[in-house]
Design a protein around this ligand. Structure first.
Ligand SMILES: Cc1cc2nc3c(=O)[nH]c(=O)nc-3n(C[C@H](O)[C@H](O)[C@H](O)COP(=O)(O)O)c2cc1C
Length: 252
């Protein structure tokens, strides 16, 4: 293959070669949940946002708006309000906090109401984190010096949430490649329950709605503890139309 045929500036795959720099960034990135106090220079933030801006989108629609929050005062207030609304929810639904009859009633309420209405948000992991935040055992934003909020433009082609997800992952990967720690912060959605935050960030102002958010900052530790990933059973179709697929265990 001649150089002109090579699509990647890193060259083409050769059997058995180690991870290239892009793959290394993908494989070694971890969510960073403790940050140094040191602020992120604006040019670093801009550089990271460039990767988001270049993310692929359905129909090249770019259905988003990026908001940079770097005011410690505002982030502290976001933290306070996210914890406050967690306390509110957990007062009614945090059955782990209660004992006896109240625990039973609370658990039933949780199962039959909120968990059904907000089935994605009240899965065990977020439920546990919200319980912890409600009990002041954890904080959401971990004193991050920067929070990027991505608003999703509802008018996006097909499924704009996918585009927002891709842009967010570009942010997270670009950050890691530049020595900046990042952690998705889906819990910022809790702020959408407050008229004051809806107004401040235009969270529900047409055509936008809350997409997601990401904390950024210099990591206060080396986030090298790998989070296990499931082995995936991947279906390969290689034969005729009537043939059966071959199943491969990816990741073993
Ligand atoms: C859309 C999305 C939302 C997330 N929201 C949160 C969050 O609110 N708080 C948090 O601590 N981590 C959040 N995470 C991070 C995940 O918990 C983390 O990616 C996962 O546990 C895998 O760990 P790793 O990122 O270190 O590989 C979120 C991740 C994604 C993709």
């Amino acid at each position: 293959m001649s150089a002109i045929d090579e699509v990647s500036p890193l060259g083409i795959y050769k059997e058995g070669m180690p991870w290239n720099p892009v793959e290394k960034v993908i494989m070694e990135r971890r969510s960073v949940r403790r940050f140094k106090k040191e602020p992120l220079p604006d040019n670093v933030i801009r550089r990271i946002l460039e990767s988001a801006r270049f993310a692929p989108t359905a129909g090249n629609g770019q259905p988003w708006k990026f908001i940079v929050v770097k005011s410690p005062e505002i982030i502290a207030e976001m933290e306070r309000d996210a914890a406050r609304i967690s306390k509110f929810f957990m007062f009614f639904y945090g059955y782990t906090m209660f004992k006896g009859f109240r625990r039973l009633v609370s658990k039933l309420m949780a199962n039959f109401s909120v968990m059904r209405l907000f089935s994605n948000e009240f899965l065990p992991q977020p439920f546990f984190a919200m319980t912890q935040a409600a009990e002041n055992q954890t904080v959401y934003y971990q004193s991050a010096p920067v929070v990027i909020i991505i608003l999703e433009d509802k008018r996006g082609v097909a499924n704009p949430s996918v585009d927002v997800g891709i842009a967010g992952e570009h942010i997270v990967l670009a950050a890691h490649s530049l020595g900046v720690g990042a952690c998705w912060m889906g819990f910022s959605k809790l702020l959408t329950y407050y008229p004051k935050w809806r107004k401040k960030f235009g969270l529900n102002k047409y055509p936008y709605r809350f997409g997601n958010s990401i904390c950024l900052g210099y990591p206060a530790y080396k986030a090298d503890k790998e989070v296990p990933r499931e082995v995936q059973i991947v279906e390969w179709h290689e034969g005729s139309m009537n043939g059966q697929p071959r199943f491969e265990r990816q990741g073993e």
